[in-house]
Design a binder for this molecule. Structure first.
Ligand code: FES
Ligand SMILES: [Fe+2]
Length: 426
């Protein structure tokens, strides 16, 4: 449980908040590169951590992320003309480059130097792995670029999907590290989803998992064991990397999955789902399954990032399927099973009313390290963890071990990136 001050501390990410300042120290994935395909194309409205911004590609193809609003009288530059090396406000013609510099104020004589004094807020942008990233923290503290395994794989080995979720980011993250709900909420898919069926999925029928959570350089290693054959445990190890990344343990040779939960504002979240196989291209069958909303993915309303199954249609809940346990909650698909329940808590759940149990251990620890890190940064300027690229070079895994063998030391090799070598999954 969290009192309301701590809940606010973890959930609120606007400018000047402790969590907002903490998150601004990390690189932020926010667009597909394909969303800004061409020079001088249509600019895109972007909202991150409650800040309203505008992304565009100028005539040379250079990307920019600047304040959405014109410095003259506050018009949204989304209406702007993207032409000849900058974005021109259509109201009175002021023009800005990709770094937010005002490069023309047509009504003022050039020799007045007026426009040199005008600058919009802007953030650096980098395109990598099919994604556009920004860094919104103090420029002098910009960290090295992330080194997640999927970023360096050939495009044929990975599949990325972005959706919007109508809840605070922390509700989504907590779902991502809550390994115990899989045995309930996703029990239908463990039998039917082609990207989940495996021997390990059978062990998930043990609904009394035990958690062993250990700190890692970038966050947490969340070990969860269930009973396997006599004298053995089936382990699933999830990685949580600060501030918002999770890596979900695999099922057999099915691809690895991960998420990033990036706050748009305090009540809306970008959910990135990354599916990747370190050692082979994804198959036609896998791609077709994911395109149809299988695996960790969802079908979207065309032209938007809103799932077809959403709050306004009661997530197309199917009570007959619920009775028959085809879908344990009656909602189809793993991602929307999660999102529907997380959205049902309200935009920001009141955590003072919770009653936590031992299977919430990972959630308790994640909240604690997030709070500790945000407060240490605020009060003592302590550099956050998870900025070093080396801390990203980890993998989730699933395996069976004899009882009493500690997973983190015994299977350390399975929990780090080994280039060209497949991950460990059962
Ligand atoms: S409001 Fe943009 S130029 Fe006047
Ligand atoms: Fe889930």
């Amino acid at each position: 449980m969290l009192n309301s001050a701590d809940n606010d501390l973890i959930c609120r990410t606007g400018a000047g908040t402790a969590m907002g300042n903490f998150m601004r120290r990390y690189w932020v994935p926010f667009l597909y590169a394909s969303e800004l395909p061409e020079a001088d194309g249509t600019p895109l409205r972007v909202k991150l951590f409650c800040e309203r911004l505008l992304a565009f590609r100028d005539s040379t193809g250079t990307l920019g992320l600047i304040d959405e609003f014109c410095a003259h009288r506050g018009v949204s530059l989304w209406f702007g003309r993207n032409e000849e090396g900058g974005l021109r406000c259509p109201y009175h013609g002021w023009k800005y480059d990709t770094r937010g510099n005002c490069i023309e104020v047509p009504s003022e004589p050039a020799e007045s130097g007026f426009c040199a004094k005008v600058k919009l807020k802007s953030y650096p942008v980098v395109e990598k792995g099919g994604v556009i990233w920004t860094y919104m923290g103090p420029p002098e503290l910009q960290p090295p670029f992330p080194a997640f395994e999927w970023l360096d794989l050939p495009a044929s080995h990975r599949y990325l999907k972005k959706r919007h979720q109508e809840s605070n980011w922390m509700q989504a993250l907590e779902g991502g590290i809550d390994s115990s709900h899989v045995s309930w909420l996703h029990s239908g898919e463990l039998k039917s989803d082609p990207l989940h069926v495996s021997k390990g999925a059978v062990y998930q029928r043990d609904t009394t998992p035990k958690f062993e959570v250990v700190e890692s350089p970038g966050g947490l290693q969340i070990g969860v064991r269930r009973n396997a054959e006599v004298g053995h445990y089936y382990w699933r190890i999830t990685q949580f990397i600060l501030p918002w990344y999770t890596m979900i343990p695999p099922y057999g040779d099915n691809a690895l999955n991960g998420h990033a939960f990036v706050p748009i504002d305090d009540e809306t979240t970008i959910v990135w789902s990354f599916t990747y196989h370190p050692a082979r291209p994804l198959s036609e069958h896998e791609l077709a399954t994911m395109n149809k909303g299988g695996g960790m993915h969802v079908e979207l309303v065309p032209g938007t990032f809103r799932p077809v199954i959403n709050k306004d249609n009661d997530y197309l809940i199917d009570r007959q399927a619920q009775k028959e346990r085809r879908y344990y909650s009656g909602v189809a698909g793993i991602a929307m099973q999660d999102a529907s329940l997380q959205e049902s808590m309200g935009p920001i759940v009141d955590r003072s009313k919770e009653n936590l149990v031992s299977t919430d251990n990972a959630i308790i620890m994640a909240r604690a390290i997030l709070k500790r890190a945000a407060v240490a940064l605020r009060d003592k300027s302590v550099t956050p963890r998870g900025l070093e690229p080396e801390s990203h070079r980890v993998r989730s895994a699933s395996f069976v071990l004899p009882a009493g063998v500690p997973f983190a030391t015994e299977r350390a090799d399975d929990l780090r990136v080994r280039e060209g070598v497949a991950h460990t999954g059962i």
